[in-house]
Design a binder for this molecule. Sequence first.
Ligand SMILES: [Zn+2]
Ligand SMILES: [Zn+2]
Length: 273
Amino acid sequence: MKCESCGKPAVVNKYCKTCFIKYFEKEFKKGLGNLKGKSLCVAVSGGKDSLTTLYLTKKFYPKNKILALLIDEGIKGYRPHTIKSLKKYAKEWDIPYKIVKFEKPLDDIKGSRACSVCGVLRRYYLNKHARGFDVLITGHNLDDEAQATLMNVFMRYASRFKRMTMPLVTHKLFIKRIKPLRHLSEREVMAYFILKGFDTPMDECPYARSSFRDVVRTALNEFECKHPGSKLNIIKAYDSLNISNSTGHLSSCIYCNEPSSNEVCQACKILRN
Ligand SMILES: [Zn+2]
Ligand SMILES: [Zn+2]
């Protein structure tokens, strides 16, 4: 197969290496939008998605204030490897970083709800520690987003469904989030990461295997195989719903003072149990 834009042998999708990198970076830049003069906090786990996000954010906005923020969930044998990657690349790309640990390591929070507990805490810490920056940039790719959309539909999580792209309630304590990889698939991010010569452990979170997300991921991949474009169509369908958030009132948690719709926020409920 030949590259659609230059005629050289194609390596990824319908592109040669040079044209694929060009296509990928153009899509990323589109997803980033105009961030001129803004201070940027990039959520980084040290995996391929977030490192790609960090690298390209710096590439397109080299003069902006950028911080790489890593939330360490406390998963033995997993997170320490990618922390090493973050440190290595942050130094190479000249980007300051900050590591925030879960007050209670995920390994000590027992139960089968590890993934949802982790999700709540991760969002909580990111929002709290990215405060003061204009935007929070995360590395969610097309697969992550399509999976999350379907999961929220299957589980009838109406509120989670609504807040996938923005907080339910506009509040000055909620930082604006941007997901520049939202239209790029896991496969494309992986290809970009490898073609650029980057390297990081690709092992999966030990909790992921038993999760509902994993069931959805497998089904969705099968479906995409038979009906290419399905993942993108899920995201587009979601976006076309034009969900708006309210400007209703939010109170704050009696323990941590973070914005919350209940007396005690979700994170404190988990951490104080
Ligand atoms: Zn080409
Ligand atoms: Zn709280």
